[in-house]
Write a protein that binds this ligand. Sequence first.
Ligand SMILES: O=C(O)[C@H](O)COP(=O)(O)O
Length: 310
Amino acid sequence: MKIHINDPLDENALKKLQKELPKDEITSEHFEKDVLKDKIKEIDVLIVRSATKVTKEILEHADKLKIIGRAGMGLDNIDVDTAKSKGITVLNTPGQNALSVAELVIGMVLDIYRHITRGTVGLKNEQWEKKQLKGLELSQKTVGIIGFGYVGKNLAQLLKGFQTNTLVYDVFEISAEEQKDYNVRQVSLEELLQNSDIISLHIPKNEKTYHFISEPQIKMMKDGAVIINAARGGVLDENAVLKYLKNGKLLGVGLDVFEEEPPKGDLYKELFALPNIVVTPHIGASTKEAQERVGINIVDRVVEEIKKLN
Ligand SMILES: O=C(O)[C@H](O)COP(=O)(O)O
């Protein structure tokens, strides 16, 4: 078996893979699209994170590929339908990095409410903006979580400590017991948009969720609302964000993900120049702990799947 890891995998996970499959050939190196298209012909198992796009074009050349392991949650970088039609098993690691993403969301909210980045940038430029940087407390605010999967649940759990009023929108019904456990109330999307001080997106990117939050939804929000997107670029309309950040309807926005990654061009230049935006380069899951969990989990799942093949 030739097992190729195309994105950085936690070192303990790599050691575990080498220990579990000593007879197999394990390589770890990032191949760009054109090189991968050629190399994939010889690969039986491919392990990726979000940087590698396993497209239809790549899969057309994947004559030996049997398993794709995604060390993470989102599968939007993998053409799952084409993989399935070729009999390739696609595995991921649901929930393993959710806590790290939820913690980043809290960090972004606190940054926006307390001007941490603004204060830092100011001081680096020798500006003492004490009077301009009066903030807000997160406690007692209404937080709207859109999507109550692993990350949404972890976020609700963390928010208990801030004693927020937490609203949740999800297409699935959340039991009364679960709502009580997480201290949330399931509401309609309209109710969430109209009543939340902070709105955090936790939905996958697919054809149904493209620009899920766009101009009509932002118009429904409270003046001074904050939006956080640490889910996927494309579920939030960045042009609408720019418009409503500039006219002051939105108090602030936190973005860890972008429709184009890495973000390039005029829209992003204009967005990033605004004072009330906090941005990070898709690092929601990039913690030591989360990477160890996703790495070990994908190794376990891949090894189990290989055993089924033998
Ligand atoms: O979908 C995920 O699991 C997260 O977005 C993290 O992905 P990455 O760390 O592989 O970029």
